[in-house]
Design a protein. Structure first.
Length: 451
């Protein structure tokens, strides 16, 4: 298919999606990024085209929006909005996290749910795609307030989910504490102890390695990518954004494999620690962020390194960058700064952290660049393994789960090579992930007829 025709088709498709979904910039951004790779592929494969697979994938199966009322510690009535986007279940029950953050809106959740469908397909596991959450901000709330909110949220959500229907997990603002409260309320309402949520505590049917999975998986993917260029992690300087779940365990694995993590951040600023993270500092980081729920600035005070309020970490010279905070946190200027400083690889821990301009720049520069739907799929992969263990009513060892995670990340890397190899021998991981994920979902949809 010639490129002019391909770009006309893409434009016409995107115009339809835009007209149907006005005021949803993040969702349109995610669809556009997939469409530019997938539409030319569809054009060359008539069966997908006739069945209008991409149009169907861009229309959620259903969306539930609901009121969440709760009472704060001062006795005030508080009202938030809850959501669940059930995007596509061609491959298995809807699966995807819940995000609690004041910025949450329908556009953001639809983009995340759309990405999730492709990501889950890439894992090779029987998982559909969904996403949900609320504009509730757990920051600064007491444990009791968070518990009351979670219970109220689940009091509506429970009727829409189930271990064979839709299995939520954590995301920004939803960690072990929130998953525990949500699970407790589901169990009470249904009188049923089942694998309805993943990311559960190890003491009540969670899986080993689930907290670590997204971050570890990212680094396993990075290792595979570096290998294609006869490079290795040992001795490389790494900048990570965020300091939450994904950032923490990406940092730990980098450290274990001999890399040097020199920067971490949160929404207030970043720390620059030229000596790099070590075991003692890592322990402190976990305590600070997960137990104290403190700010990253405290790390700089504790270890006497630089702290830069209100700034992002991308100007710190590094070999590798791993954005692990949020969408659109790394723009075109940041991308140019990174490559000017010699960065050779960018691996997304967060979902869509690089703007389209940044992605374009990395592809043009032919550095190693992995989109989140491939590189952060380790989290949902181990969630899939948690579901299997719950169904089997047994628990695999840490080593077993870690080995399965490694093998899934290796397989995702291979899928990217298979569909993303360019004529000059380089690999376009964006294209590889988009087409690789699409083919698996599309074939299942074709087999199941027009539903
Ligand atoms: P956490 O809530 O544990 O941590 C989020 C981190 O990002 C915090 O350091 C937070 O800082 C920072 N952050 C959040 N929003 C912003 C913002 N608007 N600007 C700057 N910094 C921000 O979340 P996770 O680590 O779980 O998730 C991080 C990313 O990874 C998200 O994009 C998520 O969708 C993605 N992801 C997560 C998976 C998982 O298994 N948890 C799986 C796959 C993807 P602060 O504390 O100041 O808010």
């Amino acid at each position: 298919m010639d490129t002019v025709k391909a770009s006309n088709e893409t434009e016409a498709f995107l115009k339809t999606i835009q007209d149907k979904n006005p005021h949803e910039p993040e969702f349109l951004q995610a669809v556009q990024e997939v469409a530019q790779d997938v539409l030319p592929y569809i054009e060359a494969h008539a069966r997908y085209r006739q069945a209008r697979i991409l149009e169907r994938l861009a229309e959620p199966d259903r969306i539930v929006i609901f009121r969440v009322c709760w009472i704060d510690d001062q006795g005030n009535y508080r009202i938030n909005r809850g959501y669940r986007v059930q995007m596509n279940n061609a491959l298995g029950p809807y699966k995807g996290g819940l995000r609690f953050h004041p910025s949450v809106n329908l556009s953001i959740l639809k983009f995340l749910a759309f990405e999730q469908v492709f990501k889950n397909a890439l894992t090779g596991l029987p998982l559909g795609g969904g996403k949900g959450g609320s504009d509730f901000d757990p920051k600064g709330k007491s444990d009791n307030e968070v518990m009351r909110f979670c219970q109220s949220f689940m009091t509506e959500l429970f009727r829409h989910i189930g271990p064979d229907t839709d299995v939520p997990a954590g995301d920004i603002g939803v960690g072990a504490r929130e998953v525990g409260y949500l699970f407790g309320q589901y169990k009470r309402l249904r009188n049923e102890f089942s694998g309805v949520l993943t990311g559960k505590g190890i003491e009540y049917s969670g899986s080993f390695i689930r907290p670590e999975a997204t971050g570890y998986g990212c680094v396993y993917m990075l290792e595979e990518m570096l290998r294609t260029r006869q490079e290795q992690l040992k001795g490389k300087k790494v900048v990570i954004s965020g300091s939450g779940n994904v950032a923490q365990y990406a940092a730990e694995k980098i450290m274990q494999l001999g890399g040097r993590v020199v920067a971490l951040s949160d929404s207030d600023g970043f720390i620059h620690d030229p000596d790099g993270l070590d075991t003692e500092k890592f322990k402190y980081l976990l305590w600070l962020k997960n137990e104290q729920r403190g700010r990253i600035a405290a790390y700089a005070r504790q270890f006497g390194c630089g702290y830069y309020p209100g700034k992002k970490p991308w100007a710190v010279p590094c070999d590798i960058a791993i954005p692990c905070a949020t969408q659109n946190e790394l723009n075109g200027d940041d991308a140019r700064t990174l490559t000017d400083n010699g960065c050779i690889a960018v691996v997304e821990g967060a979902n869509m952290p690089c703007t389209p301009e940044a992605v374009e720049w990395f592809l043009q520069k032919k550095i190693l660049y992995a989109p989140g739907k491939a590189s952060n799929a380790g989290g949902v992969a181990v969630s899939g393994l948690e579901m299997s263990q719950n169904s089997l009513r047994l628990r695999w060892t840490r080593e077993e789960v870690d080995e399965r995670l490694r093998s899934i990340m290796r397989q995702i890397h291979e899928t990217c090579l298979r569909f993303g190899r360019m004529e000059d021998g380089s690999v376009n991981y964006v294209k590889g992930a988009n087409i690789g994920g699409f083919v698996r979902v599309a074939d299942a949809m074709l087999a199941q007829g027009l539903v």
